[in-house]
Design a protein around this ligand. Structure first.
Ligand code: ARG
Length: 460
């Protein structure tokens, strides 16, 4: 009968129940948040005259000792203590005696866990945003070197129009910037203190919620206690933020996998971030981007898992909610290592600009330019220009030459309105640089985009 809540029970909990019920083996990750929460709570209790100065000193010193014990690995995490809140409080009381028993005045594990987990999630939103900035900075380094490197722009994975490689990377920077905005806005929006809500209905003790909120770095105090102790929107948000970020990472990874194949040959991942085969000696496998792609699925699972846990829960706290943590911990760890390794893989990969450019010489990438020429120079309606260009492409297929390399005489045969100046329009670099509309691929426009992301990274 060593449970803190054992007063109304006459038999001890079965060890099977302990195993099933406990969260201490994973929620111990929140020990810092928990101790800081207790310190803020005790400080407030003393200021409100609920604890004496001596009691507060004892609690502070005791919690400092518990912290040291945890960080040195001395602390004994016992499944029978159920969760970290009770494990820490029990140890505190063992160290300082009766004063430890007063710490839980005007508090419940329901607001305690809401405080700890919320602060953890807010911190992780901020840290992941920082790691994303570091990844973006690495992409920017590569992009800056390739604002004139041609690469086939694709739709449906078919050659579409020539673009430059920096423009392609800038597309991912745009995604990652939105991800950063999402992580940062979640951190801001959810920075609201649950402390003082107690079990569900508030407390009759004269607490000062504004003070504990301030001590813990929250921007404000929650409005309704019943909502506060059962709300896990903040956890769903970080799971959604990570899922969306991983979806972006997975798309880039898919391209890295393709680009590092013989068929593409656009990049070569460094030896440090590639793996070999146990049977085929020649193999160099892109395990890093493949795993990034794979781990994305697992993160989505955590999001769906928690959404499903939360649906149908009556107010307020229910034990189901304890299932909120493992998926978030796992997704956060996945996000952290994924960002780190992707950054390193990008930093160390070799970009094979020549292969990218040669790949542009197939697939008639400048076909749209011919149509645009017919519209602009010959005053032909676009739909008709599209048809004429289609015939030119068919001719190219017949001759086995790319439109960008076709001799003028063939074009003239297709439509005599086509002037010799068309040859300039069909050049691939011309085609890329012609796309000067805002947000377009022209090198000048791409440089603007890179400058935009650079300013963003510099906080301008
Ligand atoms: N271990 C619990 C959790 O993670 C803490 C809150 C428990 N509250 C309760 N009334 N049983 O959700």
């Amino acid at each position: 009968m060593d449970k803190m809540w054992s007063g109304r029970f006459s038999a001890s909990a079965s060890s099977l129940l302990d195993q099933f019920n406990a969260s201490i083996m994973y929620d111990r990750k929140l020990y810092k948040e928990d101790i800081e929460g207790s310190l803020a709570h005790a400080t407030m209790l003393e200021k409100q005259g609920i604890l004496t100065r001596e009691e507060l000193t004892l609690i502070k010193d005791g919690l400092a000792q518990v912290l040291t014990e945890i960080e040195s690995g001395e602390f004994e995490w016992k499944i029978s203590d159920e969760d970290l809140h009770m494990g820490i409080e029990k140890r505190l009381t063992a160290i300082i005696g009766d004063a430890g028993k007063k710490l839980h005045t005007a508090r419940s594990r329901n607001d305690q866990v809401a405080v700890d987990f919320r602060r953890f999630v807010i911190r992780k939103n901020r840290e992941i945003a920082e790691a994303l900035r570091a990844l973006m900075a690495e992409l920017l380094v590569v992009a800056k070197e390739h604002t004139t490197t041609l690469i086939p722009g694709m739709t449906h994975l078919q050659h579409a129009q020539p673009i430059n490689f920096a423009f392609h990377l800038a597309a991912y920077m745009a995604m990652f910037k939105r991800d950063i905005d999402r992580f940062e806005s979640s951190a801001k929006r959810n920075n609201i203190s649950p402390l003082g809500c107690a079990a569900l209905a508030g407390t009759p003790h004269n607490v000062d919620r504004e003070l504990t909120a301030e001590l813990l770095g929250f921007d404000s105090v929650s409005v309704n206690c019943l909502d506060t102790v059962s709300d896990r929107d903040f956890a769903l948000e970080i799971l959604f933020n990570i899922s969306t970020m991983m979806m972006h990472i997975s798309r880039l990874s898919e391209e890295l996998v393709m680009w590092s194949s013989y068929e593409f040959g656009f990049v070569e991942l460094s030896d440090e971030y590639s793996t070999g085969s146990s049977i085929m000696p020649q193999k160099k496998n892109p395990d890093v981007p493949e795993l990034l792609r794979g781990k994305t699925g697992r993160v989505y699972g955590s999001l769906m898992g928690l959404l499903t846990v939360m649906k149908g829960l009556p107010l307020a706290y229910n034990k189901d909610t304890q299932e909120d943590k493992e998926g978030v911990f796992d997704a956060v760890e996945t996000a952290e290592i994924s960002l780190e390794i992707l950054k390193e893989a990008i930093k160390t990969m070799e970009v094979k600009a020549n292969n990218m450019e040669s790949a542009c010489a197939i697939g008639h990438l400048s076909a749209t330019d011919l149509a645009d020429y017919l519209v602009e120079k010959c005053d032909i309606p676009f739909r008709e220009a599209h048809f004429i260009t289609g015939r030119a492409v068919a001719k190219g297929e017949e001759l086995g030459v790319d439109l960008s390399k076709m001799e003028y005489k063939y074009l003239k045969e297709i439509d005599e309105r086509i002037g010799e100046d068309v040859m300039e329009y069909l050049g691939l670099r011309h085609s890329m640089n012609a796309r000067t509309s805002q947000g377009g691929t022209a090198s000048s426009r791409t440089e603007e985009q890179l400058a935009y992301f650079e300013n963003f990274l510099q906080g301008k």
